[in-house]
Design a protein around this ligand. Structure first.
Ligand code: ATP
Ligand code: MG
Length: 547
C-alpha cells in the first residue's frame, strides 16, 4: 500500500498496512493477507508447540456462547458494552466470546469428577470478540482478534499455585522463543477477577501503558508501581510558621526557604463523590493519575480557588495538612519524611517542621508516579520506566468460576470440592504487531530470524533474461529446504529492493547481470545490511550460515 490512511499512526500499524500483511474491513476488523497470515502462523506455532511440550491439552471452543452460561457467573450483566451480543431466529440470546472462563469451566466440570482427573490444563488458539471503545493501532487493539487462552484446573490452592508458576515460566519461555522482549509485571485483575495476576509487557514506544521495571526481575505497571523508600533520620523540631510573601509553588518556596523540594508536602484538594479530600505528595513527586483515580474515584476533580478558600481558610498555593479538617490521603514516602514544609492555610505563610502523625493524620497509600532512576523496591538498583504493550496476562482465579458453574470433584476422603483454577491469555495477533514495533527501521520491518513470514527472499535485478532464469532455478532448489519468497514481478530492481526492505525478510539473495558473468550472486542481511558475494555453485552451502 502506498498511501496509508491517516488513522494509522503507529509504526507497526503503518508497516503492516504498507507491506500488505493486513487489510482493514471495518473499524477494528482486519483481514490477514498472505504475508500477514504467514507471520501469524509462525507466532501460533511457537505458542502451540511450547504449550504441547508443557503438557497442556489443546481444545477449540465455540466463539458463539449462550447467554445462560454467562448469566450463571453474573458476567452477562457485568461485562457491559464490550460484550458483543446477538439473537438467533428464535430470539435466544448469545454473545461472541471475549474470553472463555465460563465455557471451559462448564466443559471441565462435566468431565473432571475425581481428584484422580487433576491437575489438567487446557488451551485454545481462537478468535475473540470485544467491542472495544476505541479500536486502534490496527491489530494491536482490534474488535476481532486471535488469543491463546489457557485454563488450569487443580485440586487445591497449593496445586493451583504450582500451575500458575508453571504457566508463568512457560510465558517467559514463549517470549524468548518468539524473540520478543517482554517483562512480567504485577497487575490488576479487572473483569476476569481472581487474586494474583501478572501482565507480560513488551517494552515499546507504541505501548499504551507505562511500566516500571528492574534488571533483577521486579516490575509493575505504573498504576501499581512503587519504589524503595529510605527514611530520613533527623530530630523532630517544633512546628514553626514562616512568612512567605507571594511565594506559592514548590520551586518558589524551596528557593525562598533554601530547602530541597523533597522536604515539601504538596497539598492537592479534590472534590470527590464523598465530599472534599486532600491528597499529599512530596514536593519532588507527582500524584499518578491512575493511582489517584483508584483512590478518589473517576469523577473527582480539583477544587477551584473559591472552594479552597472555604475549606482551608487560605488562598490557592498556601494549603497544607496541619489543621485541615478533611479526609487526607498521603503518599507512603511522606510517612518517612521528617521536619517537612507545607502551606499554613493562610495567605503568605508556610509551616516548617511538620511531622506525622504528630501534626496531622492521613491514610498512607501508594500515590506517586515512579520515575526512572528511583530505587527498585527489591534490590535498590535504578528502575527503568518505559512504555509497554500488554502481550499476555496470567491470573490466579481460585474457585470464582468453578463455584458458580458447579465444577466440582471428589477428593480422597470422598468430599465434594470446587476445582481451583487459573487462566492465562496471550494476544497472538497483537504479538505480530508487537514484534514489528520492536523490530523496524525507517525503511521497514526487520524480522527476527525464525519469526519472518519467509526465511529467504530471492531478487533478480532484471525481470527477464539469464539472471531471472537462474533466480528461478535457485528458488526451486532452496524451496525444498527453506521457506522462500521469490520476487518474480515485472518491476524495476529499485522497486524490488525497496519492497524487500519494507517486508523485512532476514536474508536476501540478489542476482544481477554482473554476477551472471562471474558466476556469483550476493547474499544480503536485512538486519545489518552486510553483503557477501558467493559463487553460485557454493550458494546452497553458504546460505546455511545465514539462516
Ligand atoms: P488490554 O488491557 O490491552 O485491553 P486486557 O487486559 O483486556 O488487555 P486480557 O483479557 O488479559 O486483555 O486478554 C489477554 C490478551 O489478549 C492480552 O494480554 C492482549 O495481548 C490480548 N488482547 C486483549 N484485547 C485485545 C484487543 N482488543 N486486540 C488484540 N489483542 C487483545
Ligand atoms: Mg481490554
Amino acid at each position: 500500500m502506498k498511501e496509508v490512511p491517516s488513522d494509522a499512526v503507529t509504526p507497526s500499524h503503518i508497516l503492516m498496512l504498507r507491506s500488505g500483511m493486513i487489510r482493514k474491513l471495518a473499524s477494528g476488523i482486519y483481514e490477514w493477507l498472505p504475508l500477514g497470515k504467514k507471520a501469524l502462523n509462525r507466532v501460533e506455532k511457537v505458542i502451540r508447540d511450547l504449550h504441547d511440550v508443557e503438557g497442556c491439552l489443546e481444545v477449540l471452543l465455540p466463539a458463539l456462547l449462550p447467554k445462560s452460561l454467562w448469566e450463571q457467573t453474573g458476567r452477562w450483566g457485568e461485562y457491559g458494552a464490550e460484550l458483543m451480543r446477538l439473537k438467533d431466529r428464535q430470539g435466544r440470546e448469545f454473545c461472541l466470546a471475549p474470553t472463555h472462563e465460563e465455557a471451559i469451566t462448564e466443559l471441565a466440570g462435566n468431565y473432571i469428577k475425581s481428584y484422580k482427573d487433576l491437575p489438567k490444563t487446557f488451551y485454545q488458539i481462537q478468535t475473540k470478540y470485544r467491542d472495544e471503545i476505541r479500536p486502534r493501532f490496527g491489530v494491536m487493539r482490534a474488535r476481532e482478534f486471535i488469543m491463546k487462552d489457557a485454563y488450569s484446573f487443580d485440586a487445591d490452592e497449593q496445586g493451583a499455585g504450582l500451575s500458575y508458576d508453571r504457566m508463568f515460566a512457560l510465558y517467559k519461555k514463549i517470549c524468548a522463543a518468539l524473540s520478543l522482549e517482554a517483562v512480567p509485571v504485577i497487575a490488576k485483575t479487572g473483569l476476569i477477577g481472581g487474586t494474583k495476576s501478572h501482565e507480560f509487557m513488551a517494552p515499546s514506544d507504541e505501548g499504551e501503558e507505562e511500566l516500571v521495571y528492574c534488571g533483577c526481575g521486579w516490575g509493575a505497571n505504573q498504576e501499581l508501581a512503587y519504589s524503595k523508600i529510605s527514611s530520613v533520620k533527623e530530630e523532630p523540631l517544633p512546628l514553626e510558621e514562616v512568612s512567605t510573601p507571594g511565594v506559592r509553588t514548590v520551586e518558589e518556596v524551596s528557593a525562598f526557604l533554601k530547602l530541597p523540594a523533597e522536604k515539601f508536602i504538596k497539598t492537592l484538594i479534590y472534590r470527590t463523590a464523598d465530599g472534599f479530600a486532600c491528597v499529599l505528595v512530596r514536593g519532588d513527586h507527582s500524584a499518578d493519575p491512575a493511582k489517584l483515580r483508584s483512590i478518589i474515584g473517576d469523577d473527582a476533580r480539583l477544587a477551584d480557588e473559591k472552594e479552597i478558600e472555604e475549606i482551608t481558610g487560605g488562598p490557592l498555593g498556601f494549603s497544607g495538612p496541619v489543621g485541615l479538617k478533611i479526609k487526607a490521603y498521603a503518599d507512603n514516602t511522606i510517612k518517612y519524611g521528617c521536619n517537612m514544609v507545607s502551606g499554613a492555610n493562610k495567605k503568605d505563610a508556610h509551616i516548617k517542621n511538620i511531622n506525622c502523625p504528630r501534626d496531622f493524620q492521613a491514610e498512607f497509600m501508594n500515590i506517586r508516579t515512579v520515575k526512572a532512576g528511583d530505587p527498585c523496591p527489591e534490590c535498590g538498583k535504578p528502575l527503568v520506566v518505559a512504555r509497554g504493550i500488554e502481550i499476555g496476562h496470567t491470573f490466579y482465579l481460585g474457585t470464582k468460576y468453578s463455584e458458580k458453574l458447579k465444577a466440582s470433584f471428589t477428593d480422597k476422603a470422598g468430599k465434594d470440592l470446587p476445582i481451583v483454577m487459573g487462566c492465562y491469555g496471550i494476544g497472538v495477533s497483537r504479538i505480530v504487531a508487537a514484534l514489528i514495533s520492536q523490530n523496524h527501521d525507517d525503511k521497514g520491518i526487520i524480522w527476527p530470524r525464525g519469526m519472518a513470514p519467509y526465511q529467504i527472499e530471492i531478487i533478480a535485478a532484471s525481470s527477464t533474461g539469464p539472471a531471472m532464469e537462474k533466480a528461478e532455478e535457485i528458488y526451486k532448489a532452496l524451496a525444498e529446504k527453506y521457506e522462500v519468497l521469490f520476487d518474480d514481478r515485472d518491476v524495476s530492481a529499485g522497486i524490488k529492493f525497496k519492497d524487500a526492505d519494507l517486508i523485512g525478510i532476514p536474508v536476501r539473495i540478489v542476482l544481477g547481470p554482473r554476477g551472471m558473468k562471474t558466476g556469483e550472486c550476493e547474499i544480503q542481511s536485512r538486519a545489518d545490511g552486510k553483503t557477501e558475494a558467493v559463487k553460485l555453485d557454493k550458494l546452497l552451502e553458504k546460505i546455511s550460515d545465514f539462516t
